[in-house]
Design a protein around this ligand. Structure first.
Ligand code: HEC
Ligand code: HEC
Length: 497
């Protein structure tokens, strides 16, 4: 068995371990059951919410509940029974923390007795018993990519630092194919769901767009594939027609800062009131354009108004040297340094007046190049053309820096582990670092520790700046920053944003 398959087997064992423990929950969960444990489930989750949201608590809670348990009908649904009937994996009870937490890299939902990780969503029973699902099935939602854990604390809306989409996809494809699939024959309903999940997973996977590093995502390029397929009778675009451009997942709390400008994603290529590109195409594979416009886009728009635009950046959780930060503020806003001219001015209470600049500061161009004439054409033949425009951008967004302490590793591709490295000379930046080390904050340099040294430079568990689209050059302001004292002051100020 190759190493890869071994690892996939481990993932399956881990998922099974959890599901074995929760075997009593095999019937589909009810909304009431999820509701009962919702408040205790989110009691330690950090959710920074707009103070001015005038809605009553109950309305906000309901919106949050719907968002956190959001599911779509035509996603790949994996039946619980597939895990239960797996004799091989049943024999081994692993530890959920080490397997799902480490191999798949999801954020464990430790305070939730029914759902193992953020972004895993169960089907729920409905009031009408004639259409009520009888057995438990799982899918994923926005939060697999849009939640992160730092120093053991889960942050709602932070971009994932560890989730490995490719591992999960590979594991689920195997689990829904032979020999596991046949074990479900005695349960025709679940058998049909698993078979369908396998078809969806396989027919929507374009090898070209697998990210080269775990916890980097190609959701934007995947939108191109999805749009192309629907306007070409299900045919995949050729390899030459598709780009990849690995990026880190940005935080949802940038939404409020970007709304007045209306340009979205790391390159600002999507122009419109809300970012609907990756969000709407990623989860709802296998929907026709028609159902996307009627059933998916309206739901996501509603989530933007009811939840996402109300999210604010989480405060830095440790001590800040206020005198040093004040020096940093002056530098940041100074003309010599120029930071504010691109990144905007910050009000000290978590707000920013964002100028919406998208500029080429010499960083890796891989993701910019994803927007090709073919992509624009596929976009224009899709229902999203009614929601905005796709235009090639000259540079990446000079991102809002709200909550930037939590947004490591830095730059659109997550190629620079700390603020200290980003604000120093580009040539001194680390070339390789370990992805899973990003679960811990390095408070000294602000960002992630480098972790262990890799045994194999190609291992997806390490970020390697030598890979295509993973370059760590550019955004070098050392000639303006000049001294380590200035750099320290800037970092201290950035902690306050
Ligand atoms: C597979 C991982 C994944 C899933 C699932 C996902 N996203 Fe994202 N999201 C991303 C990535 C990656 C980007 C950045 C893409 C880029 O710029 O190339 C992004 C960007 C965004 C942005 C930020 C745009 C900006 O300009 O700052 C928002 C808002 C967003 N997603 C919302 C959602 C919502 C809502 C959902 C669920 C309906 C969702 N996402 C599902 C990975 C994901
Ligand atoms: C000419 C415009 C410009 C100036 C001046 C500038 N930046 Fe940036 N900054 C950018 C752009 C563009 C990016 C995104 C580049 C990318 O993602 O590849 C960025 C990215 C960043 C990031 C990474 C954010 C993240 O979440 O990954 C930080 C931090 C940052 N800048 C801080 C600063 C500081 C501090 C200064 C002043 C010393 C500064 N910038 C000056 C344009 C600028």
């Amino acid at each position: 068995m190759t190493r890869k398959l071994l690892m996939v087997a481990c993932v399956l064992v881990g998922i099974t371990a959890f599901l074995l423990r929760s075997r009593a929950a095999a019937p589909a969960l009810s909304k009431d059951a999820l509701d009962e444990t919702f408040d205790s489930g989110i009691s330690r989750l950090v959710i920074a919410w707009d103070q001015d949201d005038a809605r009553p608590h109950a309305a906000r809670r309901a919106a949050l509940f719907d968002f956190m348990y959001e599911t779509y009908q035509s996603s790949a649904w994996v039946p619980q029974s597939l895990f239960d009937t797996n004799a091989v994996t049943q024999a081994v009870v692993g530890d959920m923390d080490t397997i799902v937490g480490r191999e798949v890299g999801l954020v464990r939902w430790r305070d939730n007795p029914r759902v193992p990780a953020f972004g895993m969503a169960p089907n729920v029973t409905t009031k009408d018993p004639s259409v009520a699902p009888k057995t438990l099935r799982w899918t994923v939602n926005c939060l697999v990519c849009h939640t992160a854990e730092i120093d053991g604390v889960a942050y709602f809306g932070a971009g994932s630092k560890t989730f490995d989409e490719l591992w999960l996809g590979t594991a689920l494809k195997r689990l829904t194919s032979e020999p596991w699939l046949s074990r479900l024959r005695s349960n025709p309903d679940d058998f049909a769901f698993a078979k369908e999940a396998n078809r969806i997973l396989n027919s929507h996977h374009h090898d070209k767009i697998d990210s080269l590093t775990r916890a980097r995502s190609t959701a934007f390029a995947a939108s191109h594939v999805e749009m192309f397929m629907r306007s070409h009778e299900g045919r995949m675009p050729d390899v030459a027609e598709v780009g990849r451009g690995d990026v880190k997942t940005p935080p949802l709390w940038h939404t409020v800062a970007k709304m007045p400008v209306g340009r979205w994603y790391s390159d600002g290529s999507f122009h419109g009131p809300f970012p609907l590109m990756a969000s709407s195409m990623e989860l709802e594979k296998d929907r026709s354009f028609e159902t996307l416009s009627t059933a998916v886009v309206p739901v996501i728009k509603d989530e933007f108004t009811s939840v996402i635009q109300h999210l604010r950046a989480p405060r830095y959780p440790y001590a800040i040297d206020v005198v040093l930060a004040e020096k940093g503020r002056a530098l940041f806003n100074s003309r010599e340094m120029g930071c504010a001219s691109c990144h905007g001015t910050y009000d000290g209470r978590g707000g920013v007046d964002w100028p919406g600049r998208h500029v080429d500061v010499g960083t890796d161009r891989g993701r910019l190049d994803v927007v090709t004439p073919q992509f624009v054409d596929a976009f224009e033949h899709s229902p999203l053309a009614a929601e905005g425009a796709l235009k090639k951008s000259r540079g990446y967004a000079a991102t809002p820096l709200t909550g930037v302490w939590a947004n490591f590793p830095y730059l659109h591709n997550g190629s620079v582990p700390t603020l200290y490295d980003l604000l120093g000379p580009a040539t001194a930046r680390p070339k390789v670092f370990e992805v899973m080390a990003a679960r811990t904050l390095d408070r000294e340099r602000v960002g992630q520790p480098l972790g262990r040294a890799p045994k194999d430079a190609d291992d997806r568990n390490w970020f390697n700046t030598a890979r295509p689209s993973c370059g760590n050059g550019g955004h070098d302001f050392w000639s303006a920053i000049k001294t380590d004292a200035n750099r320290r002051a800037l970092i201290e100020y950035l902690k306050t944003l």
